[in-house]
Design a protein around this ligand. Structure first.
Ligand SMILES: NC(=O)c1ccc[n+]([C@@H]2O[C@H](COP(=O)([O-])OP(=O)(O)OC[C@H]3O[C@@H](n4cnc5c(N)ncnc54)[C@H](O)[C@@H]3O)[C@@H](O)[C@H]2O)c1
Ligand SMILES: [Zn+2]
Ligand SMILES: [Zn+2]
Length: 342
């Protein structure tokens, strides 16, 4: 079969690899029909995720049809159309029993990270019963792909951890796929204002069509303090992963507010406790657990949530090398999410 293989920083190829086989009785083998590229894959390509070994197939998002099932898989059978979660969970370890699938003792984020991922014609999924979801007939499959990672990430790490309430003023710093997924799911709770912050005017324009009430591209702290009469925001969500954007969140948070960090940080950030100690604020961090995927799937199926509009580019899976180039130049190409179909 063909797979997108990592060969060290800056090196990848679409090459022939043996088709995966069942290794454990809880595994299934899936024929991928749609997958996508995540910002995290670009981090891996830059060498920011050193535990990824050369020769690994990348990708942690996608859907497909089950081709083979292990002897201990009960909930799925050959021919089922399924959504693959970016987080693999056994369902029975201490972390899974707390709903913290991201820290599953034999799972967590392993796809395209520690084991071969979804950017291939076939993938092996461990703990299949607790890591896959049935896709009902007749649904828009492209929209469903957005449920592998970005929607649960924006919702769990941003919206739920930020405890957005009706009437709140919310700022989302970063209007990439994750920030935009946060923007979409924040609206479940009817905040009064959602201020989107990004340097990229095109992404801000897109954010406006998704329900942002205010857009900020420059002097973020000053602008947001002006927009909130000097009070700051009830919820500040960091969806970039750099010190500068976490600093914005610290500077704009109102008394009693919540700062929810979503971004993956490679460098340390200065925490301004000398200003924040008396402000009754809460700071949260989280690796997505994907515990809300069943709920989010229902909102997509009902049409309440329309994540398909995040898709800007489509390629054949065979053209994934070209798709990586496009996604790697997201600002120039006006790219948000890319769908690869097979
Ligand atoms: N916590 C989790 O479980 C989890 C899961 C998935 C992704 N992530 C992380 O979430 C973050 C966002 O992911 P993404 O795919 O949307 O990334 P992305 O790179 O596509 O988007 C980031 C956005 O931030 C903007 N930006 C950069 N510098 C800025 C600045 N100084 N001020 C304002 N905006 C700025 C960029 O223009 C871009 O639009 C990444 O760090 C990613 O690794 C976290
Ligand atoms: Zn991802
Ligand atoms: Zn577990």
């Amino acid at each position: 079969m063909k797979a997108l293989v990592y060969h060290g920083p800056g090196k990848r190829s679409w090459e022939e690899k043996p088709k995966p086989a069942i290794k454990d009785s809880k595994d299934v083998i899936i024929r991928i029909t749609k997958t996508t590229i995540c910002g995290t894959d670009l981090h891996i390509m830059k060498g920011d995720v050193p535990e990824v070994v050369e020769g690994l197939t990348l990708g942690h998002e996608g859907i497909g049809f089950i081709e083979e099932v292990g002897a201990s898989v009960f909930n799925f059978k050959v021919g089922d159309n399924v959504l693959i979660s970016c987080i693999t969970s056994c369902g029975i370890c201490d972390a899974c029993k707390k709903g913290m699938y991201s820290h599953c003792e034999t799972g967590g984020w392993i796809l395209g990270h520690l084991i071969d991922g979804t950017q291939a014609e076939y993938v092996r999924i461990p703990h299949a019963d607790t890591s896959l979801y049935h896709i009902p007939k007749g649904v828009d499959e492209e929209a469903v792909v957005m449920l592998s990672d970005i929607l649960p990430t924006g919702f769990e790490c941003g919206v739920l951890n930020g405890q957005i309430k009706p009437g709140d003023t919310v700022a989302i710093v970063g209007a990439g796929p994750i920030g935009l997924a946060t923007l979409l799911t924040a609206q479940f709770y009817s905040p009064a204002e959602i201020i989107m912050v990004d340097l990229d005017e095109n992404r801000l324009k897109v954010a406006k069509t998704f329900g942002a009430t205010k857009l900020v591209s420059k002097n973020a702290v000053e602008e947001i303090m002006k927009l909130t009469d000097g009070k700051g925001v009830d919820v500040a969500i960091e969806a970039v992963g750099i010190a500068a954007t976490f600093d914005i969140c610290q500077s704009i948070i109102a008394a009693g507010g919540h700062i929810a960090n979503v971004g993956v940080h490679g460098k340390s950030v200065e925490l301004h406790l000398e200003k924040l100690w008396s402000r009754n604020i809460t700071i949260t961090t989280r690796l997505v657990d994907t515990v809300t995927t069943p709920m989010l799937l229902k909102t997509v199926l009902s049409g309440k949530l329309q994540p398909k509009n995040l898709i800007t580019h489509r390629f054949a899976l065979n053209d994934i090398m070209k798709a990586y180039d496009t996604f790697g130049n997201a600002a120039k190409e006006n790219a948000i999410k890319i769908i690869l179909s097979n």
